[in-house]
Design a protein around this ligand. Structure first.
Ligand SMILES: [Ca+2]
Ligand SMILES: [Ca+2]
Length: 207
């Protein structure tokens, strides 16, 4: 009986540690785009209408555009994070729907340049994710292969208008960019808690 009790307590303790572990591994923020500024803008963004807001950075332009932004300080400690997660809202005329493609290029301290692209998005808000080790394409391998998420120095935000081309204006509102880890689904977390609870209930009944 004592043995069962200690087993159940160990399981409960392990579950608590696992749950704490999940919550302790918070996202690594690259930028929340709050009062954001670009360090350089390239066509067509050099002539775009840009609104740097309290919670987002909005660009209204026609055709492909990109920027340059230094992100080397404060240092991002991103090693071990599985996914890049971008929150954006895309708007424009109905013809733009299904064509706009946000792209984020990340460059590390040894020159590795990975591009993460989400082509052909519908209008509206999106939370877009991509595995940090599986970029859409590698623009430069760098002296040490692989994107070192602990030495990120700068990034290029881009918008590829796809089939919408230069036929009209789009607005891309950048809201958040983070490195994240996939966590167990809320449903499976709930099951873990239930399983732990059931073990304790069973223990009480047998006492
Ligand atoms: Ca924000
Ligand atoms: Ca590298």
């Amino acid at each position: 009986m004592m043995k069962l009790k200690s087993v159940c307590l160990s399981v409960a303790a392990a579950l608590s540690v696992a749950l704490l572990g999940v919550s302790a591994r918070a996202d690594a923020l690259i930028t929340d785009f709050d009062n954001f500024t670009s360090d350089a803008l390239y066509p067509s963004w050099s002539s775009a209408t840009i609104v740097s807001g309290a919670s987002s950075y909005s660009i209204t332009a026609t055709g492909y555009g990109s920027n340059y932004k230094y992100i080397g300080f404060p240092e991002i400690t991103g090693a071990g994070y599985q996914d890049l997660e971008l929150t954006v809202t895309l708007s424009g005329p109905p013809e733009a729907d299904g064509h706009l493609g946000p792209i984020v290029g990340l460059i590390d301290g040894d020159g590795t340049h990975y591009n993460f692209a989400w082509y052909g998005q519908q209008l509206g808000q999106h939370v877009l994710t991509q595995n940090t080790e599986s970029p859409t394409w590698v623009a430069a391998p760098g002296t040490t292969p692989g994107l070192d998420l602990n030495t990120l120095t700068h990034m290029h935000m881009q918008l590829d208008p796809g089939g919408f081309g230069t036929t009209g204006e789009y607005t891309i509102e950048w809201e958040n960019l983070s490195l994240v880890n996939r966590v167990p689904e809320p449903a499976s977390l709930a099951l873990m808690v239930l399983a732990g609870g059931a073990g304790l209930v069973r223990l009480r009944k047998r006492r």
